[in-house]
Write a protein that binds this ligand. Structure first.
Ligand code: ATP
Ligand code: MG
Length: 429
């Protein structure tokens, strides 16, 4: 591959300004540089700065080895068993993740899944082991230059998501990269380059080989990344949805255009709430993905389902997803409660005791939030919206998240339940 032999492209005429870079990240870069190490900003921060988006976080990559990094920074922890990373603490508990340049694992056979990713390398090897060209750009703050080993700058300009190297190989090494491709394409409004796209279509079954907790994390990032409509559309188009959430894929495939638009409004409403509530409970994100399925099944029943059967039905419908991507039990419990509460709600009207015990349930706040998402999407009838509103007035939902106890006194705090609103609830999962 010619790319391997060439020197990087260095660009000094770019739009990155130091005032847009996190101060702590700049401090880390400067100190490493002062002590004679190479140190660059890397990954999503460089990509986002170059396209004028606000980066989520600022990662640093350096020639210093973990123990050397630790010696240079007082507030620094080394984490990770296989590949040691440094977490350098900045203002307000912020973390600047600082990694040593890595190389591709030695003796890696073509397309073999990567288990051991633990070898130090050079800037070039570090760029080449990354997933997409637009994610492999370095920014050298000292020389104010963008360093490009992978032709990422031209892809960034063209709005193209392209794997570094052969896409089939790269997806076999790590199938989660296919989901990452969808996440970035949807979020950045980029196109997936044709060969990369074709490889996803061909290799999509490899998703089954990924570690389940990673699939769960990635599913949350996909749906909760602020571009849910486009993400679901792309997952569906690339036939990843039928692997990840076949229940949703099947439901969507049966909808008319108007019904599909109605569901898209629900996904849009989730996006809007994600922007307003940075720590959206995971149970709600999963509930949004499963709600169209639950609604369709309930709608197809010949007779109204009894209250006592509702929970059973929702459990049956959601269990396969919980197993498939390993949703933690607490999150799943919250998802089930939220979904059941939407279905039971209308049966509570006028029943004072039932309303009160509903408002005392641990997932009441999450149920209200989910109803708000449905209301935003225009899914609630005016009557239903009014009734939810009255319930909220009568029983003000507690905050979704409590502030964390400072020291290990969680036990003594939670062992003093009060009545209804004063009662301590565990945060919705
Ligand atoms: P975000 O804005 O979501 O944080 P990001 O590009 O920073 O996007 P991260 O998941 O934070 O993505 O990862 C940081 C960088 O690490 C990526 O930009 C990429 O270079 C590299 N990377 C992450 N995951 C992989 C992977 N599975 N394979 C190869 N490289 C990866
Ligand atoms: Mg990042």
């Amino acid at each position: 591959m010619a790319m391997l032999e060439t020197e990087p492209n260095r660009l000094s005429d770019h739009c990155i300004r130091h005032k847009k870079i996190d101060r702590d990240a700049l401090r880390v870069l400067r100190r490493l540089h002062d002590y004679g190490f190479y140190a660059y900003l890397v990954g999503g921060s460089v990509r986002d700065l170059l396209i004028g988006r606000k980066p989520k976080d600022f990662d640093v990559v350096t020639s210093a080895q973990p123990r050397e990094i630790k010696r240079l920074f007082r507030r620094c922890r080394l984490i990770g068993r296989r590949f040691r990373l440094a977490h350098i603490l900045g203002e307000g508990g912020k973390i600047i993740e600082t990694a040593t340049f890595r190389a591709k694992p030695k003796n890696l056979e073509h397309g073999q899944i990567i288990f051991d990713d633990n070898q130090f390398g050079t800037p070039k090897s570090d760029a080449l082991r990354r997933d997409f060209t637009v994610n492999a750009l370095f920014y050298d703050a000292d020389r104010d230059e963008v360093i490009d080993y992978v032709d990422g700058l031209s892809d960034l300009e063209a709005g193209l998501l392209r794997t570094i190297g052969d896409p089939t190989t790269r997806f076999r090494e790590d199938p989660v990269r296919m989901l990452r491709a969808v996440k970035f394409a949807a979020r950045l409004d980029f196109d997936i380059e044709p060969d990369t796209r074709m490889a996803i279509l061909n290799e999509r079954a490899e998703i089954g080989k990924a570690a389940l907790p990673r699939l769960y994390e990635e599913l949350l990032r996909l749906a909760g990344g602020g571009a849910c409509v486009e993400t679901i559309r792309l997952l569906d188009e690339l036939r990843l949805l039928e692997i990840l959430i076949p229940e949703l894929a099947a439901t969507l495939s049966r909808l008319t255009d108007a019904e599909r638009q109605r569901i898209d409004r629900l996904f849009q409403a989730l996006d809007a709430q994600m922007a307003a509530i940075p720590r959206m409970p995971n149970g709600i994100i999963i509930a949004v993905l499963m709600w169209p399925v639950v609604e369709a099944v309930i709608g197809s029943l010949a007779e109204p389902i009894q209250n006592s059967r509702l929970r059973y039905l929702v459990e049956e419908l959601t269990r396969p997803l919980a197993i498939r991507v390993c949703v933690p039990r607490k999150v799943m419990e919250s998802t089930i409660m939220v979904l059941v509460s939407q279905l039971r709600f209308e049966r509570l009207v006028g029943k004072k005791n039932a309303r009160q015990s509903f408002a005392r349930s641990p997932n009441y706040a999450a149920a209200v939030l989910f109803a708000q998402i449905r209301a935003h999407a225009g899914h609630l009838s005016p009557d239903s919206a009014r009734q939810w509103h009255e319930l909220e007035q009568e029983f003000v939902p507690p905050p979704l998240f409590e502030s964390r106890p400072r020291s290990g006194n969680r036990k003594s705090r939670s062992s003093r339940p009060g009545r209804h609103q004063g009662r301590r609830r565990s945060p919705p999962s």
